[in-house]
Design a protein around this ligand. Structure first.
Ligand code: FPP
Ligand code: MG
Length: 253
């Protein structure tokens, strides 16, 4: 299940870098920059095809259905991001829903499937706990990713700084800042398209506690993930999953 999830995840990032026109990934050249868009699309498709074969080989109908729905959610998340209406762009709830679709749904579904493959049924409290763990871990991970992009820590992420805003996207820090500085809303709604919009938005936001608020939101999700995890009996794998939450929330790259 982990291998399948990783293959889907990598496929989605190879395609994402084409969509986002991002030439760097984790300090190295993105696949499309190293080769071409055609190679990147085919590489992603190939990984997805191989992941589908492995998924079918698990011979668990419910798991196949859940993971197929997770793929659907990933694409829906990207469509939500690309097609957001003006009012949605500046709406925190819409941002969180999109984050669930594009990031958290895959982790959440994969954790749920791991429980099903262990023999627990869908309504078992541990299946629910596994699903909740994945949901909150995914949300915490994406919010931290967005904070790092915003705060310019992106150099150590191997990605250009404020890439989200350059792409026209407002994430948690800017959305929190817009609660204090309403003048940010028109900039968000026009996707930072006018000259100087990105610089103006960063300057306004840096006078607020938007980064602290975003960290608090990520920590809320991290704590909920830990609560869910603690419903499992103590074990080495549980310790490892706890470490994953810790890494997701404390990473600076
Ligand atoms: C990264 O977000 C992107 C995702 C988490 C999902 C991408 C999904 C697709 C492109 C749909 C196609 C799916 C498959 C399986 C081929 P980001 O751009 O905010 O993060 P980044 O800064 O790391 O690029
Ligand atoms: Mg991207």
């Amino acid at each position: 299940m982990g291998q399948i999830t990783e293959m889907i995840h990598v496929a989605s990032l190879i395609h994402d870098d084409v969509l986002d026109d991002a030439d760097m990934r984790r300090g190295g050249a993105a696949v499309h920059a190293l080769y071409t868009n055609k190679v990147a699309i085919l590489a992603g498709d190939y990984l997805l095809a191989r992941a589908s074969i492995l998924l079918a080989r698990l011979q668990h109908f419910q798991v196949v259905e859940i993971m197929a729905a997770a793929l659907d959610a990933l694409v829906q998340g990207e469509i939500m991001q690309a097609k957001s209406k003006k009012e949605e762009l500046s709406n925190m709830e819409h941002y969180l829903r999109k984050s669930y679709f594009k990031t958290s749904s895959l982790i959440c579904s994969s954790c749920k499937c791991a429980a099903l493959l262990c023999g627990f049924d869908e309504n078992h409290s541990l299946t629910k706990a596994a699903e909740e763990y994945g949901y909150h871990l995914g949300m915490a991970f994406q919010i931290i990713d967005d904070i790092l992009d915003f705060s310019g820590a992106s150099a150590s992420l191997g990605k250009p700084a404020q890439a989200d805003m350059v792409l026209g996207l407002a994430t948690a820090p800017i959305l929190f800042a817009s609660e204090d500085h309403k003048e940010l809303i028109p900039l968000i709604q026009r996707r930072f398209k006018e000259n100087g919009d990105v610089g103006k938005a960063v300057a306004l936001a840096s006078r607020t506690d938007c980064v602290e608020k975003s960290y608090a939101l990520a920590e809320f999700h991290a704590n909920r993930a830990i609560d869910a995890l603690m419903r499992f009996p103590a074990s080495e794998p549980r310790d490892a999953l706890l470490k994953v939450v810790h890494v997701a929330i404390t990473r600076d790259k």
